[in-house]
Design a protein around this ligand. Structure first.
Ligand SMILES: Cc1ncc(COP(=O)(O)O)c(C=O)c1O
Length: 469
């Protein structure tokens, strides 16, 4: 296909057509023009100013034919997985411990009640703040996060959680998990020993293992981490990761004497303490102890928290409060990795906190979750008392039910059967790093309606009865 004419890129085919066939009807002209355009767009023709339109030497079919067949592609992908880095492989393995995929609503831990979130207020604030945002907000902003939000967080932490800090020490992150990752990257070398609670939060283990750190799992009792055991096993460890306000998942609160013991060890060994505060806002009885950070006089504690539980997990907002001397290096490290957390929700959250909606939502959820916990306890007492041993928990969004040894049942088996009936049960043994003789279920109740709690416990009782036959 070759016409003897030149063409311009903008009106190329029109010009070409006019030169080639002269004036025919408008309809025919348009049809031919769009055919030319289509051939050009799909790569069948090419053209240069002054040299006319020519058929392409490599046709699109040739390119498509050279692409890998689906079978080849699968093999290729398999090879790519085997060539992951050591770090990549560690993260891949760790991910399998954090289950996202769940078959049902009850009783997945860590999920708040999202239908009662004040969506109307939230969306009104988004609309108001983002209709005409100031230029300063939509350019590259501060790596540590929106300053008014950091100030609002500090006001809350100092008044209610006993922290001692200012806004320059706060870094907003994409969830607590990102804060934990940043801390590990910034402060730990491969091979460093790290004390962790056993049982504990799987997300911590993945990050630390990927960083090449040596995990030192320590037992947990009714005062949380057994510090003397850490001192006995690995006194020179570089960090301790703890959930002092509500041990995850067993639920104890770290006693004052243990807090002081841990701080003393960290001070004497220049070790860090990562204080993971994930759900302390939900305390139903007694007063919470001040955060470890507030007792720290030597700058060893990094406090990490999240909005996943007090708002909703997909908001992906969390923060860390670092000792003063660590703030600027941490910000610079973060700048090297990914700059700031997405800005869109930060001013909205600031207004949400400042207007009192945040505190009101927490108050409402606290009372709702307390009722739901009681409903779960009552239902278990009624339908599963001979199988599960359960006690109230003064805080949080889940409870741990221990399987009575005389039943001869294993948590993994119950969870497997329950999944077939759309019940999500996290087995206690999975929260341990080593092999554990603890046999139980971690039952989340915060995001489950009371009616569903009762129905689901009845369903579980039937599943267990069938297993015992
Ligand atoms: C104990 C604990 N720490 C940290 C996190 C991480 O929270 P985020 O959703 O903000 O990454 C979770 C989440 O479930 C958790 O349970």
């Amino acid at each position: 296909m070759r016409c003897h004419f030149g063409w311009s890129f903008v009106s190329g085919t029109a010009l070409a057509f006019n030169t080639c066939i002269g004036g025919r009807t408008q309809g025919l002209r348009n049809t031919v023009l769009s055919a030319f355009d289509q051939l050009f767009a799909e790569g069948y023709t090419k053209g240069q100013i002054g040299s006319g339109t020519q058929v392409s030497r490599i046709l699109p079919e040739d390119v498509l034919a050279a692409r890998a067949s689906p079978k080849n592609r699968d093999e290729l992908h398999f090879d790519l997985v085997t060539s992951l880095s050591i770090k990549g492989n560690a993260l891949l393995k760790a991910k399998s411990r954090v289950r996202r995929d769940t078959s049902g609503h009850a009783f997945r831990p860590g999920i708040p009640e999202i239908t009662r979130f004040p969506w109307n207020n939230w969306s009104r604030m988004i609309a108001k703040l983002w209709r005409n945002p100031p230029r300063s907000l939509v350019s590259y902003g501060e790596v540590s996060g929106h300053e008014p939000l950091r100030i609002a967080i500090v006001d809350y932490l100092c008044a209610l959680r006993g922290l001692v800090c200012d806004a320059d020490q706060v870094i907003i992150t994409s969830g607590a998990q990102q804060a934990i990752d940043l801390i590990a990257r910034a402060l730990l070398n491969a091979g460093d020993k790290v004390w962790i609670e056993d049982p504990g939060y799987a997300g911590i283990k993945g990050v630390l293992m990927a960083a090449g750190d040596e995990l030192v799992p320590l037992p947990v009792d009714e005062q949380v981490l057994v510090v003397v055991e850490g001192v006995r096993q690995a006194p020179g460890s570089r960090m301790a990761v703890v959930t002092p306000s509500h041990q995850y998942p067993l639920g104890a609160m770290m006693s004052l004497s243990r807090r002081l013991e841990l701080l003393k060890w960290a001070g004497e060994n220049n070790a860090w303490i990562l204080e993971d505060n994930y759900d302390s806002e939900y305390r139903y009885a007694g007063r919470p102890l001040s955060a470890l950070q507030g007792l720290d006089t030597k700058g060893r504690v990094i406090y990490v928290s999240t909005f996943s539980k007090v708002m909703f997990p997909a908001v992906r907002m969390g923060y860390m409060v670092v000792p003063k001397g660590l703030a600027q290096p941490m910000i610079d490290i973060r700048r090297s990795l990914d700059d700031q957390t997405a800005i869109v929700m930060q001013p909205v959250l600031t207004e949400f906190i400042e207007s009192g909606h945040f505190a009101q939502h927490i108050r409402r959820m606290r009372s709702l979750y307390a009722d739901r916990q009681q409903t779960l306890l009552d239902a278990i007492k009624l339908h599963l008392n001979d199988v599960l041993e359960i006690a109230p928990d003064d805080a949080g969004m889940h409870i741990v039910a221990h399987i009575r040894p005389e039943c001869g049942l294993v948590d993994a088996k119950i969870a497997e059967q329950a999944a077939k009936h759309k019940l999500t049960l996290f087995q206690l043994s999975e929260f341990y790093l080593g092999k554990s003789d603890r046999n139980g279920l971690v039952l989340g109740y915060a995001g489950v309606e009371e009616r569903d709690i009762v129905q689901s416990v009845k369903k579980l009782a039937k599943i267990i009865a069938a297993l015992r036959k």
